[in-house]
Design a protein around this ligand. Structure first.
Ligand code: NDP
Length: 287
């Protein structure tokens, strides 16, 4: 048996189309959502991300505002820009592209963003709200993974879920979201003992490790749903954190790389911008 492919690209296209319809309805009421993306420096991967974020923002009918600052920008100047964006009613979402240059304090910069405009969901208040079950802005990549899991499994309650990776942007918020959906969650990291055995017990595996083809097919419980967050550039092109060729025959469903989680991340950024706009204007949260 071969796993069902979870088509994140198609799912994300549907999501963006739905967002486009909601944006059109908001525009009819005189509200145009605006997303400001701030890029400091010239990291090539970041430039690609920022460009595609801008394009997709415009495609759904939102205003896209890009701010590019040189790598040697003093942190005070970046904070001053964030202050202006916080105060600007035309800006509903603010995203500061990470990583920031070394001379900057990432946490200080993120926590300077108005939490209501923090569409990345990295502000300490949103992290705390998610952890305590309050209404939060939820980080885009784990939110996208959750949507794919719900679409394929329906109810996640009681499922054994293994999240491999404990970063603030993927692993930890992913674990929170799975817990919120009543899965039984294990979070693995570089010090975890006997990872293959843990993995063999998991109905859901989310791999966010940053190592090409790390998770092997013989670690996968037959029928498990495997979500591969990894984006690794290798000589054979982009590959995930899961060894797709050995995992696909065992898994029940699996995301490809590319075309799985990646497109969901940007679609969820737009979804968060829409939510932030609705909340700023006293409208109900979009579905
Ligand atoms: P980080 O490097 O911040 O975190 C990696 C995590 O993997 C760490 O918690 C680390 O453990 C753990 N890890 C490393 N080696 C092992 C090991 N041998 N066994 C078990 N765990 C291990 O990465 P990110 O979370 O930022 O990203 C993970 C991957 O997802 C990357 O490939 C990245 O490119 C991709 N990504 C994709 C996105 C998308 O849109 N599809 C968005 C964001 C990221 P420890 O904490 O102990 O060091």
């Amino acid at each position: 048996m071969t796993a069902k492919l979870i088509d994140g690209k198609a799912f994300a296209a549907h999501l963006r189309a739905r967002i486009g319809t909601e944006v059109a309805a908001m525009k009819a009421q005189g509200i145009t959502p605006g997303l400001a993306v701030v890029l400091v420096g010239e990291d090539p991967a970041s430039q690609v991300y920022v460009r595609s974020k801008g394009r997709m923002t415009r495609e759904v009918g939102m205003n896209s505002l890009e701010h590019r600052l040189p790598a040697d920008t003093p942190q005070a100047d970046l904070l001053a820009l964030i202050d202006r964006l916080n105060a600007d009613p035309a800006v509903n979402g603010i995203l500061v592209q990470l990583p920031l240059p070394r001379h900057m304090d990432e946490a200080a910069v993120i926590n300077a963003i108005d939490p209501a405009k923090d569409v990345d969901g990295f502000h300490i208040l949103n992290v705390g709200r998610l952890a305590t079950g309050q209404k939060a802005m939820v980080p885009c990549t784990p939110l996208g993974c959750l949507m794919l899991l719900r679409a394929h499994l329906g109810d996640l309650s009681g499922k054994n879920a293994l999240v491999i990776g404990r970063s603030n942007i993927v692993g930890k918020p992913m674990a929170q979201l799975l817990l919120r959906d009543s899965a039984t969650v294990t979070v693995a990291h570089s010090r975890t003992a006997n990872l293959p055995a843990l993995c063999r017990q998991a109905d859901i595996v989310v791999a966010a490790v940053g190592r090409a083809r790390f998770v092997q097919g013989d670690w996968i419980k037959p029928g498990a749903v495997v979500i591969d967050v990894g984006i690794n550039r290798t000589d054979d092109g982009l590959v995930g954190d899961v060894d797709f060729d050995s995992a696909a025959p065992v898994a029940g469903a699996i995301t490809p790389v590319p075309g799985g989680v990646g497109p969901m991340t940007i679609a969820c950024l737009l979804a968060n911008t829409l939510t932030a706009t609705a909340r700023a204007n006293g409208l109900p949260d979009p579905k």
